[in-house]
Structure formats: C-alpha cells, structure tokens
Design a protein around this ligand. Structure first.
Ligand SMILES: Cc1cc2nc3c(=O)[nH]c(=O)nc-3n(C[C@H](O)[C@H](O)[C@H](O)COP(=O)(O)OP(=O)(O)OC[C@H]3O[C@@H](n4cnc5c(N)ncnc54)[C@H](O)[C@@H]3O)c2cc1C
Length: 507
C-alpha cells in the first residue's frame, strides 16, 4: 500500500479532460499535482472504446487540443488507434508521465472542513489535495440495461466500450442492441464477417453522410511546414459548427432542410420501402445526436442483416425476444447502449460539506456553477460537468474553456493566500441554472419530440450547453469571486489542530 501523499491538486482521470488539466497546470507553473487514473494507461474514451470502426465524429483537426495541433492526422475523421496515440504523445510531450498514478481508482473523497482539503482514498493508497479536478468523463462507465433472462443467456455478451477482441465473430449470429453513435460504427464494420446480424432498434437515428477521407501527404506536408494552415483548417471547422448552433437552440424549424438531406442519404442505400419506414425517425432531426456515416445504411441493406424495430425485452436461453414479440436466436449480444451519463458514477464517492454525498446533492438532477463547481463541495471542480456537452461540435473546445476557469480558480486561491477554499454560493448556482434551463426551453432537444440520453430521470436536460462554444468560452474565462464564499482555515497553534474555520465574504 502506497504511503499518504499531499498535493496541491489531484486530477482524476486521464482522458482528454484530465490530460488537458495536467498540461494546463504545468503551464501555470503548478507541478505539485497527481493524475489518478483507474486504468493502466491514459486515453479515457479512446483507450476503452476499441470496437471495430471506432472513430471520432467531429473532424480530427477540431477534435484535438488547440495547444497540441497534429499536422499528421491521417483522416478527416481519424480512428481510435490514432486518437489514442495522440493522447499518449501529448502525455510525453508535455511531461505528464511523472504525475500519473495509473491503477489508482478513486474510491472515495471527502472534504475535510477543518483542514480545508480533500482526503482521497484510492485502490492503491491515500492522498490529500487542496483542490480536486474531477475529469472522470461523461461517457466513461458503460450501461447495460437490466433485461430479464440476460444472466442466463447461453452465448457471449459484451458492451461496445469493452470489446472482446479474443472473441471471433466470423460466421456468428450477432445481436446488436442499440442504434447510437457506437452502434452505427460497429454495424458496417462487422456486417461482412458475421453470419447473421440482427439490429434491435428502439428509435431510429437520423444519419447524415460523413465527409470522411484520407488526408493526403501534400496536405500533411503543408500543415507541417506552415503551422498556420492547421490553425486555419481548425478555425474553419469551428466556425461552421458555431453557425449551426442557433438552429438547434433557437430555431429548430430550420432543421427541416437537414431532415430532407438525411432522408435522401437513406433513400440512396435503402430501396426496400418496409425497411425505409422502419429506419425513418418520427422526431425532429437534432433532438438526438445527429449521426454521421456513409456505410451504415448500405450495411443494413445487406441480406445477412435484419432490423427489429423494437427494443430487446427478454432473453430466453439463446432466444432474444423484442418488445414487439419478434424472436431471434443469437450466439452473441453486443450492447451499444451507452453510458451512465446523468447519474455520474463518481458522484456517490464524493462527500462534501456536512458529510453529504454529491449523488445525494444531485438527487433532483445535476447542477453546477458554470459547468464546474458545486455548492457544498468547496475546491472541487469537474471537467465536462453538467450542461457542458455539445450536440454538434468538439468537446475539446468545452474542455479547454473549463481549463481556463480552472487556471483562474487556482490563481484566485493563490491571491487569497494562506489556507483558503472557494465554495460556490447556492444563489449563484441557482442563477446560472435558471438561465441555462430557460434557454433550454426553445431547443430542439426539448421540443423535438424524442427521448434521449441528454435528459435525466426528471426529463431535464442537464447534459448539453444551450449556446455556442464561443459563449461558453466567454462565460468561463475568469472566476467571478462574488459567486463564491471564501473559506479560511484558522491559524493553528500546534496544540489546537482542530480550530474552527472562519468564513469571509468575497468582495
Ligand atoms: C465512442 C465515443 C466516441 C466519441 N466521439 C466524440 C467525438 O467525435 N467528438 C466529441 O466531441 N466527443 C466525442 N466523444 C465524447 C468523449 O467522451 C469526449 O469527447 C472526451 O473524450 C471525454 O474526455 P474525458 O477526459 O472527460 O473523459 P474520458 O475520456 O471518459 O476519461 C475519463 C477517465 O477517468 C477515469 N476514471 C473514471 N472514474 C475514475 C475513478 N473513480 N478513479 C480513477 N479514474 C477514473 C477513466 O478510466 C477514464 O480514463 C465520444 C465518446 C465515445 C464513447
């Protein structure tokens, strides 16, 4: 068991969020930090999701850090292997390795009101930290629905994020459950090799063509020789997506034209009117994430594929029963059923002021101040927190905005000096969330007539940001101290280690 270590900052997770935080800390001159990661390598999403066909669905030149441009992206939408390699490269280039504590799963962290610091228990020893940056990922813990009889299924079962590469699908009867972003990449990748593929579709997605192509050697050469061309390419990709935002957030009716394009994309590949009817969504495009693929519909049109337009309801031995009564025999079930999103898995492990867990605090739905801090949880912030997700652009833009906020937060703590902590005021959290939720009313996610993983159990959208990434950047540039209460540890004579803390009102 490792000995106790105290650090200024403990970052949890080593995906884009945690690694980005680590780079930013070093750039701010802070080296007294650790990155606690439960797995044995970095990469987060891009380490765990290695399923056939896995790739980003935002162009690579935008889906990468602005401070670490990669002139050598091989494709416009690069595959998992290359994105994972990119994150390993970032880890080495920015000197993050010495800070990594791999194989350290955070089991619990509790706020010590007297010492004004977090006590952290991991699977391999304990740490304490003045500040915790929790970057445990919005799509990190796979979710498999509770299907009656699944435990007794006689074949193989796995989730898309836990692909079993030792299991050979050749000639097998495969049931793919789900039609989200992962499923539509998996289906065309495995269809040619499997014996029979049955897709269990609860709701059909809207699928648009994907402008995927290899980035040519001369283009890459140009990006290497003239770095501003990489930045210009990124800027263009970003600008196009910023212009799309108002259709999602204010004028969903404008999306009708996009629906026609998506229908034409389907009609090109799906000639059978019965199948086309099954695959045509009945909700407004954009209400769920718009998916991009050139190969999904052509794969569904192949003779070894069946689409069951109903969810999987029950498993009886090796027979899968859909909600519409259809029965299908299968050798393997692949769940592309997403992740625990609105029930953040780290939340029960975070214990804040007055011994209250974050899961308990968020019982009525996730809420934070500017997507980062939470009332009752001083000096704790999350990367990709509530209402920071995007429907149409790169999450790296949001992560980098949150890193600006984190950097300013730490600067403010330094200015305050001594042992100090910042606690988000409930009133500030309330104001922020009322603003966010008021804007949500007009969005396609709320009015588009679908149920999606963006919504929590109460039907509230606590995942997406209802604005442009530029707006979010402006909202998180600096920490407004009036939104926080400053906590200070009382000066401690050696004999009085548990002296009560003082409260101070921020200017
Ligand atoms: C298949 C797939 C494709 C995607 N494609 C895109 C895309 O094209 N564009 C886009 O913008 N977004 C995409 N996303 C969303 C993606 O999750 C984010 O873009 C981004 O990678 C999230 O980074 P993160 O660091 O916040 O989380 P993650 O990458 O999930 O990293 C979280 C890390 O925290 C660790 N962790 C969790 N709990 C603990 C614990 N208790 N103790 C210690 N460590 C812990 C995990 O092991 C993991 O390494 C995709 C997601 C998936 C699943």
């Amino acid at each position: 068991m490792a000995k106790h270590e105290h650090v200024r900052v403990a970052v949890i997770g080593s995906g884009f969020g945690g690694l980005g935080a680590a780079v930013r800390l070093r750039r701010e001159g802070i080296t007294d930090f650790v990155v606690l990661e439960r797995a044995d390598s970095v990469g987060g999403t891009w380490r765990d999701n290695s399923y056939p066909g896995c790739a980003c669905d935002v162009p690579s030149h935008l889906y990468s850090f602005s401070f670490a441009p990669n002139p050598d992206w091989p494709r416009t939408f690069s595959g998992q292997r290359h994105i994972r390699a990119y994150l390993e490269h970032v880890t080495d280039t920015f000197g993050i390795r010495p800070h990594l504590r791999l194989g350290h799963e955070v089991m619990r962290m509790a706020w010590d009101e007297d010492e004004l610091r977090w006590e952290i228990e991991t699977s391999r020893g304990s740490f304490s930290a003045d500040v915790v940056v929790s970057a445990t990922g919005p799509l990190s813990d796979p979710k498999i629905p509770d299907i009656p009889g699944l435990a007794d299924f006689t074949g193989k079962v796995f989730h898309s994020a836990q692909w079993d590469h030792d299991y050979d699908l050749t000639g097998k009867r495969v049931a793919m459950v789900g039609t989200g972003a992962s499923a539509i990449q998996i289906v065309p990748a495995i269809q040619p090799e499997v014996g029979r593929l049955t897709l269990f579709q609860r709701t059909p997605p809207w699928v648009m063509p994907r402008a995927d192509r290899a980035i040519s050697a001369p283009e890459r050469w140009l990006h290497r020789q003239l770095p501003f061309t990489t930045a210009a390419r990124r800027g263009l990709l970003w600008g196009i997506r910023e212009l799309q935002v108002s259709a999602f957030t204010k004028r969903p009716n404008e999306l009708g034209l996009v629906e026609r394009l998506a229908k034409a994309n389907m009609a090109k590949a799906i000639k059978d009117p019965v199948l086309r009817a099954k695959l045509t969504p009945s909700y407004r495009i954009g209400c769920k994430r718009i998916l991009l693929s050139n190969t999904y519909y052509p794969a569904l049109a192949q003779p070894n594929v069946d689409v069951v337009a109903a969810g999987l309801k029950e498993v009886r031995g090796n027979v899968l029963v859909a909600a519409d009564g259809t029965e299908t025999e299968a050798d393997v079930i692949v769940f592309g059923t997403g992740f625990h999103v609105t029930d953040m898995p780290i939340a029960p492990r975070v214990v804040g002021q007055e011994g209250r867990s974050l899961a308990d605090h968020w019982k009525g739905g996730m809420e934070s101040l500017r997507g980062a801090t939470v009332a009752g949880f001083p000096n704790w912030m999350t990367i990709i927190g509530p209402n920071t997700g995007l429907g149409n652009s790169s999450m790296i833009l949001m992560i980098e905005s949150q890193l600006n906020y984190m950097a300013d937060y730490l600067r403010q703590l330094n200015v305050l000096g001594g042992r100090a902590a910042l606690a988000a005021r409930p009133s500030a959290v309330g104001t922020w969330n009322r603003r966010v939720q008021a804007r949500m009313e007009r969005t396609v996610w709320k009015s588009g007539g679908c149920e999606s993983w963006y919504l929590d159990a109460n039907g509230r959208n606590t995942t997406l940001w209802p604005g442009t990434t530029g707006e979010f950047r402006r909202e998180t540039r600096t920490v407004d101290l009036s939104e926080y209460e400053v906590l200070r540890a009382a000066a401690k004579p050696a004999a009085a280690r548990r002296a009560p803390r003082r409260k101070e009102t921020a200017k």
